[in-house]
Ligand binder design. Structure first.
Ligand code: ZN
Length: 544
């Protein structure tokens, strides 16, 4: 068997040599060193520290809103931990550009309750970068669903000292399905059979989970802080000018779950206290108002702005041997939103990738290439940290001529405006691959090939040792919304795993083991991973 494989490999190499410049794909010849793989599995599955890391990152050093004092404290803990694991060149790396983070923000006190006609507490969370109340305040509630300037004019002079419900109460669907599910065999098969007939952009793909429960209902007003800020900001400015006390929003998910964001560039002069509350409370208040029963709400909310906040990524590495100047990266975003402890988004990715680095170091396996961890800030505000890192170390898109002189990268999640040619740094050629975790938080079930067919035969073989851990599926499909896109955007191989949902200790152990295994394979194969053909011109370099 072994001999046959070697001969087959030689034949492939000879055949490939005759095809000049074609990537050499030697199916069935990835070197799988099962002695090392067993060391990685032993460390990751029998002596795991991943749940301890996850606890520190969620129970103690959370939430980690970008630019908040806690994000800095958590980063210092992370740096110390990575050093303790034996990584080198561990550091907090500030971004070259602030990207609009002029102020950090924290919610330091929160009291919200109805006081008439009945007294009941209202759980909620302030929208980030909004002001608190002026101490203890109280006022009646008004619903204003008007969005146009003309319709809003009807409320002129009627909002002084009032709270504003800014949207109609959503319909909340019952949970007929369990909140946490594993991908079924059928769903995984559907992913592997991609491309299926293309759904509309943003719709849930067949077998996939994009969108999912909690996606905004059609016609819902834009959530504060993420896209569509224009109309929301204009309405809030109107409410503020009219002397309203603050605004309430909710989400159709219900069952006590709501989502909250924020706009780091919100202008304090036109921003009111804004609070996300659960759909059940929102609906109760709205339904009382519909019966012409006045509702009075009391609040005392203290939010603090922190000037010149820290904005950064965290990096550290395990040096390679004979290919030490070549780079394999593992990572995920370090920042979270502020409503909870960020366990599933994305403390799990941070804990798993830190653990993968620990596994690689502690198991003592040889790494030919340098394996580097990157933990990104500002992902939730538009993949900012990873884009900053890629621009600083690997490549950046020059601004399109018309855009030259505009500060900072374009905003928006994955939104890339018109851009010029690629400007490459020396390490662009030294880069092999980046693996990201930020997708659903549960067991790894496979990998998205991100449209890169050439890696399929390689990943197929790399998955084999982890088949028993549930890692079985490859799909040519792209997956978006997170930091591998920052690498993909400049022609570097960047991948995201296919994942189940929810944090489970066994899942996290398997995740870290698989991530360590993939980094190990990438660090040790003879060639760097094949890339997709570049579709953009490269500045100062003839097209290949
Ligand atoms: Zn995330």
């Amino acid at each position: 068997m072994r001999r046959t494989r070697i001969v087959a490999g030689l034949l492939c190499a000879i055949a490939a040599a005759a095809v000049l410049a074609a990537p050499v794909l030697k199916a069935g010849t990835e070197p799988l060193n099962y002695v090392d793989i067993n060391k990685i599995k032993g460390e990751g599955l029998q002596r795991s520290q991943v749940m301890d890391l996850a606890s520190w990152l969620t129970d103690v050093y959370a939430p980690r809103l970008t630019g908040s004092p806690m994000s800095q404290k958590a980063a210092e803990w992370t740096v110390a931990k990575l050093k303790e694991f034996g990584l080198v060149n561990v550091k907090i790396e500030p971004w070259a550009n602030r990207n609009g983070f002029e102020r950090g923000w924290t919610n330091d006190k929160f009291y919200l309750a109805a006081v008439a006609p009945e007294k009941f507490p209202i759980p909620g969370t302030p929208t980030a970068w909004t002001p608190g109340t002026d101490g203890l305040v109280s006022g009646e509630v008004v619903m204003v669903t008007a969005t146009t300037e003309a319709d809003l004019a009807a409320y002129k002079g009627k909002l002084q000292g009032k709270w504003v419900l800014t949207q109609a109460p959503p319909d909340v669907a019952a949970y007929w399905k369990a909140p946490a599910t594993r991908y079924t065999r059928e769903e995984l098969d559907a992913l592997e059979a991609w491309p299926a007939p293309q759904p509309e952009f943003g719709a849930a793909p067949p077998g996939g989970r994009a969108g999912g429960p909690g996606a905004p209902a059609p016609g819902a007003p834009p959530a504060a802080g993420r896209g569509g800020m224009g109309s929301m900001a204009a309405r809030n400015a109107f409410f503020k000018a009219e002397g309203a006390l603050g605004t309430f929003t909710t989400a159709p998910r219900g069952h006590g779950i709501y989502t909250v964001g924020g706009n780091r560039a919100a202008d304090p002069a036109t921003t009111l206290p804004a609070i996300a509350i659960g759909a059940e409370y929102y609906g109760r208040i709205a339904r009382m108002l519909a019966k012409n029963i006045p509702v009075t709400i009391e609040a005392n909310i203290a939010n603090t702005f922190h000037p010149d906040p820290p904005v950064f990524n965290i990096v550290g590495e395990l040096p390679g041997t004979d290919k030490t100047d070549e780079i394999v990266m593992l990572g995920g975003h370090f920042d979270t939103w502020h409503a909870a402890t960020g366990a599933t988004d994305n403390s799990v990715g941070v804990a798993v990738m830190m653990e993968a680095m620990r596994i690689l170091k502690t198991s003592g396996v040889k790494l030919r290439r340098t394996v580097r961890i990157g933990l990104w800030g500002g992902e939730e505000q538009g993949l900012i940290g990873s884009r900053e890192y890629v621009a600083a170390h690997f490549a950046r898109r020059q601004p399109a001529p018309a855009q030259a002189g505009q500060p900072g990268p374009p905003g928006g999640r994955g939104g890339i405006g018109p851009q010029g040619p690629l400007e490459l740094k020396p390490d662009w050629d030294k880069f092999s691959v980046y693996f990201n975790i930020d997708n659903g938080t549960g067991a790894l079930r496979g990998i998205y090939l991100q449209g890169n067919d050439a890696v399929a035969p390689i990943f197929r073989e790399w998955m084999e040792p982890f088949r028993s851990l549930g890692m079985t599926t490859m799909t040519i499909r792209n997956t978006g919304g997170t930091d591998h896109l920052a690498f993909d955007a400049v022609g570097l191989p960047g991948f995201q795993f296919i994942q189940d949902e929810r944090l489970q200790p066994g899942d996290l152990q398997k995740m870290a083991t698989i991530a360590a295994g993939f980094a190990y394979f990438a660090a040790n194969r003879d060639e760097k991973l094949p890339r997709k053909p570049l579709t953009v011109p490269v500045a100062g370099r003839p097209a290949k």
